[in-house]
Design a protein around this ligand. Structure first.
Ligand SMILES: CC(C)(COP(=O)(O)OP(=O)(O)OC[C@H]1O[C@@H](n2cnc3c(N)ncnc32)[C@H](O)[C@@H]1O)[C@@H](O)C(=O)NCCC(=O)NCCS
Ligand SMILES: Nc1ncnc2c1ncn2[C@@H]1O[C@H](COP(=O)(O)OP(=O)(O)OP(=O)(O)O)[C@@H](O)[C@H]1O
Length: 210
């Protein structure tokens, strides 16, 4: 169900390493709060959380570190090479992620900010898009996406491509956007685009997403 009352929730999405966190920090410079689905996804698999117990029962010891924490690298290597296992993992994590995101969004809606952000790599692939009023895509060419993923995460190109293949194709994502931020330029180019969107979102003189 799309919200119609203010303050607006703006969904920020884009593929791996497109620059969503960088964009969120640029909005924060304008006083705008955000919640990040990747952060929430980490919280719900902390030791003691029921999701971690379910994941360990399914995959076994190989996805746990000696101290009992999730071995994220081991799980990453499994799920991005096996779509069935990825879908199983999502069936355990996504309902819990959605519930916590919803709590964060409600808290931000009660706060003073004129609008707030839900930042998520899987906004369009999951039902999370139902929680936002407008969708902004952070867009970069795939070659740059691979380069930034390899540099930041220390994965090889094949692993970066496997993760990209598990996400919505760029062209399809762009079709779903209300607004697009081109993050193939420098910090200043990004800051200008964010300042422009911030002005528009504050005016709220645009129609809600379909
Ligand atoms: C597989 C896991 C353990 C890998 O952990 P790791 O620390 O290496 O990566 P991290 O969580 O920081 O994610 C990095 C990026 O991978 C991509 N990604 C993560 N999960 C998925 C997925 N299920 N499908 C497609 N892309 C994904 C996103 O672009 C994300 O930003 C982790 O990503 C996970 O638990 N994923 C399932 C939960 C989920 O769907 N999270 C996405 C937010 S809703
Ligand atoms: N305009 C830019 N120029 C150069 N490097 C950039 C730019 N924007 C982001 N980066 C770098 O690219 C990498 C990915 O950016 P960021 O972490 O913001 O992406 P993300 O979409 O949040 O990633 P993920 O969803 O995979 O966590 C980071 O190392 C970041 O410093």
């Amino acid at each position: 169900m799309s919200r119609t009352t203010h303050p607006l929730t703006i969904g920020v999405t884009g593929g791996i390493a497109s620059g969503k966190s960088t964009v969120a920090r640029a909005f924060a410079a304008h006083g705008i709060p955000w919640v990040d689905a990747d952060d929430v996804a980490r919280e719900i698999v902390e030791p003691g959380e029921p999701a971690l117990a379910e994941i360990a029962a399914h995959f076994g010891e190989r996805i746990l570190q000696p101290d009992g924490r999730l071995d994220r690298r081991a799980l990453r290597e499994i799920v991005f090479n096996d779509s069935e296992e990825r879908r199983w993992l999502e069936s355990v994590t996504h309902p819990r992620i959605r519930e916590r995101l919803s709590e964060h969004l409600d808290a931000m809606a009660r706060g003073p900010a004129p609008y707030h952000l839900l930042v998520s790599p899987l906004l369009l692939e999951s039902s999370q898009h139902e929680m936002v009023d407008r969708i902004v895509i952070v867009d970069i060419p795939e070659a740059l996406q691979i380069q930034r993923t390899v540099e930041r995460d220390g994965v090889d190109e094949d692993q970066a491509r496997a993760i990209i293949a598990a996400q919505m194709p760029r062209a399809e994502r762009r079709k779903r956007a209300d607004d697009i931020i081109d993050n193939s330029g420098d910090d200043e180019a990004l800051a200008r685009q964010v300042a422009d969107l911030d002005r528009r979102y504050r005016q709220s003189g645009f129609p809600p997403s379909p």
